[in-house]
Design a protein around this ligand. Sequence first.
Ligand SMILES: [Cu+2]
Length: 685
Amino acid sequence: MMAELLRRITSRDFLLGRLDVTALPFYSVIAMMAASLVVLGGLVTLYLLSRHRLWGRLWREWLTSVDHKRIGIMYIVLAFVMLARALAEAVLMRVQQVVGFNSAGIVPPDHFAQLFTTHGTIMIFFMGMPFMIGLYNLVMPLQIGARDVSFPVMNAISLAFTTAGAALLMISLCIGKFSTGGWSGYPPYTETGFSPDVGVDYWIWALTLSSIGNTMTGINFAVTIYKKRAPGMRLFLMPLFTWTCLCVSILMIFAMPPLTVATLMLAMDRYLDAHFFTNDLGGNVMNYVNMFWLFGHPEVYILVLPAFGVYSETIAVFSSKTLYGYHSLVWATIVIAVLSFTVWLHHFFTMGQDGQVNAAFGIATILIAIPTGVKIYNWILTMFRGRIRLSVPMLYACAFILLFTVGGCTGIILANPGLDYQVHNTVFLVAHFHNVLIPGLLFGMLSGYHYWFPKAFGFRLDEKLGRYSFWCWVWGFIFAFMPLYISGLMGMPRRTQSYTIAAWHDYALIAMFGAVLISLAFIFLIMQLIVSIRKRHEYAVFDGDPWDGRTLEWAVSAPAPEYNFAQIPHVARLDAFYVAKQAGDPYPAPEIYRSISMPASKSVAPICLAALIVLGFALTWHIFWLAALALIGFGITITVSTFQPDKEDVISTKKIRAHEKRWRQALAAHHSDAATMPLADGEQG
Ligand SMILES: [Cu+2]
């Protein structure tokens, strides 16, 4: 294999590898426009940063920061940017499926295949994962009464890995192409025989980098939860959101490595002719398929459990009630996490194993409905006879309960191998997983976004625009995906670019209308952000508890100070902060203020980011000298950083006392005119 590598290195253009002028996206007008948009967007961002002289602040306060709250916010910004692109691609695909009836339409097949591949890859790895990791980063250390995660520098480096993967996806839009092999990248199609160009290589390195980052995040979060809880906080006193974080972290530790291994083995097939997954020379496609779904099914719960965590917080808070059946909810979460490793084969019921095997995995799949059902009942019973406030986070929770249940039921249909033979590879499946992942991931993330935004930035988001966006999401989802159940039953294959069957056309039209509504929902979200920033003084919630919260993150100012807690709280029971509020003493002043040491900013993460982007790009284009340089640069950076003693910023007693004083004055002012405060009136009646 080494000889093969040497031959590859010497046979191509040494300096530029496969890179030449044909890499520019001249193959389609739409791709050209998209590439121009990305370049333009990048240039405008650079211009604005320079004009407002923000480079220094960006570097000092954000890029080199190891503060879990700032890292969390950066993850969420990444998720929103990538969501914008993947939504645009979704609309384009829906338009194509309308105009592609009896016609070639506007998007050529090769470009259409890139669209469904990038859409899926982004939504899973660069929208869903960063969004939920971002929320956990922002909130989990506060919820357990910690000052930061266990490994703050590694946290920043994990973000660098994920961002490097996302950057490769954006670069692929302008230089070269992306994979046409779908988000799951099945060989043998993704082997060099069928996909010789750079697309699959972009996909491989984007996924490899992000999966390594996610494994590190899993380790970091799990250790943080085990080791850094406030005194008195037993595991069964942790808020549900933190519980889901623990389960998701363990899932990531076990599920991400199979993906890293699968993509690296595919890379060995492509770069070194290794034949792990080819059809000949002893390779076997099923090796890939099993490994991919050994990651892929737990991944569903890595994405859905965080949303379950968010809903468990928002439903309790906006019903002004203790979460119903806390213990059963925790156990249901654990059972789902364990079962999620036992069902991967349902992703390939039709791949030729015998009926006994299919039956076993079908039954295991249906079993997951039991703990999930327990959760749905717990949430409904939490709302029962509660004083419900229908604020935006709660609206998303209600929509979730209704819509997710429908998605769950169609999942039970698909869990039957016999039925699966009828609808597999049709848009019925597309309808099902969007029906699970939009209410069960995206709505959860948006619920959490509205809920914790005040904690991150110190002001609330505009309610009215939030509601507009919410209704567009809900109806957009219904119109975009419910029709696909019907056309799926009528046999419309997924990933259809062009067709001649009239019966599918009307449903495609309705689905396109839904996609337009969803883009409207996204526009409202952006408008909401702009309007809320403009009105930030009117919406300010410096005292830190805008929703009458129950958990520890609401017991500090908003935004939280960099050290989180002037004095680490002692936790003796569930909802301790809420109970203390009822007793009239929620904010005990520390007897004595002490100075606090926090890990100082470190430039290792942004350097790693640059090295990893170059590494992925150079490997994709076979520029091996550059790849070697980037890898060596990355190695040296990490090694040097490891042996450098971590510096600490000492926050003086004076500074802490000043912040605490200002905050306590705001608290006192709030409580003297509580009647005029919006949205916190649930408890006054
Ligand atoms: Cu699955």
